[in-house]
Design a protein around this ligand. Structure first.
Ligand code: UDP
Ligand code: MG
Length: 328
């Protein structure tokens, strides 16, 4: 599907989407700072919180914020993970521009006007890029560096910019395109890069978490990394096929040589080939798992309820008609 490019909207409406999972400790301060910044904006705006199955007081706090016009909350039926919560935000946001921001104050809300300025002056996607990763451990810094190198090696004809967080503004054209992508295996950073459009990276200093705990342990990060590869590239499968051919030919040559000199010992060859096959089966299993998720067509998230005014899901046509964006 190739959605046509909506013209720049006559009346921009910004949806600020905030995914929250057990953020009760930081939410009051976050909400106060966010609302203070939004009050200074000259364009229309709304706030859409997505409560991703929090087990603390997050939902109670959000219910209180939703009493104010222009603030809504989606309460998901359980914890689906941040990628799924972001999809819920994309589906239910009523704006023609969408801005993702984390609830833990690592992304300063005070940068929103700058992002909006770049949107209104011609950028389709405004990515915030960490200037430094000083708040990360050295192992996280090194693994992130290697991961971005790998992703760019795997991605065909597009770049995944390093150190770009989920703190970004997505304008009407890429937003409409995202809404037309029904896939289940999600990796937002990669998908956004895949979209293309006129993109700008703005450097910023990512603050340490204001309160509460990060939800990303090393295992969750590995999981996200594998999802990213599965969502963006089939190259590992191709490489494995080519390497299998090379190993097959090399093994044949070795066996013929060993038979000819009467010194045949198959142990090492068999062990090497077995390890290689095990790796291949594991990799094919990962791709098969990702395919299974797509075939099942299960929803990416389930909604428990909506809080706040105008609680219905907006109609997004796919592909969108350029004029529709203007009338919103
Ligand atoms: N988050 C979410 N669902 C999850 C995990 C995280 O909605 O399953 C939200 C979380 O509340 C926060 C944002 O995603 O607003 C980033 O999470 P976190 O700060 O734990 O990630 P980190 O900054 O450590 O990468
Ligand atoms: Mg964080």
């Amino acid at each position: 599907m190739n959605p046509s490019r909506p013209e720049r909207p006559l009346r921009p409406l910004l949806s600020v989407v905030v995914c929250c999972y057990n953020e009760a400790k930081v939410l009051p301060l976050f909400h106060k700072r966010l609302m203070a910044v939004l009050d200074t904006l000259t364009i229309r705006h709304e706030v859409l919180y997505v409560n991703d199955g929090s087990r603390d007081e997050t939902l109670a706090l959000l219910a209180g914020y939703c009493r104010v016009p222009g603030v809504r909350c989606l309460n998901l039926s359980r914890n689906f993970g941040k990628e799924a919560a972001m999809v819920a935000g994309i589906d239910y946001a009523g704006g023609n521009g969408l801005l993702f921001i984390d609830a833990d104050l690592q992304d300063p809300p005070e940068l929103i006007p700058l992002m909006v300025h770049h949107w209104l002056t011609g950028s389709d996607i405004v990515n915030m890029q960490r200037r430094t990763r000083l708040s990360d451990t050295s192992s996280k810094r090194i693994s992130a560096h290697l991961y971005y190198k790998l992703m760019n090696f795997l991605a065909d004809k597009f770049d995944v910019p390093a150190d770009v967080s989920d703190f970004r503004l997505i304008g009407p054209a890429p937003l409409a395109a995202l809404r037309c992508m029904p896939e289940r295996t999600r990796f937002m950073k990669g998908l956004i890069s895949w979209l293309g459009f006129n993109t700008i990276e703005l450097p910023y200093d990512r603050e340490p978490r204001s309160a509460g705990l990060s939800k990303w342990g090393p295992l969750a990060l590995i999981d996200l990394g594998i999802e990213g590869v599965l969502a963006l590239s089939r190259k590992p499968l191709r490489w494995f096929s080519l390497l299998s051919l090379v190993i097959f030919i090399a093994t044949l040559v070795l066996i013929i040589y060993q038979v000819s000199v009467n010194n045949f010992s198959s142990h090492h060859v068999i062990m090497g080939i077995a390890a290689f096959i095990a790796l291949g089966i594991a990799m094919i299993g990962e791709y098969l798992g990702a395919t299974l998720s797509e075939v099942r067509q299960r929803p990416i998230y389930l909604l428990d309820r909506l809080l706040g005014e105008t609680p219905e899901r907006p109609e997004h046509t796919c592909p969108p008609h350029p004029r529709e964006q203007e009338n919103r």
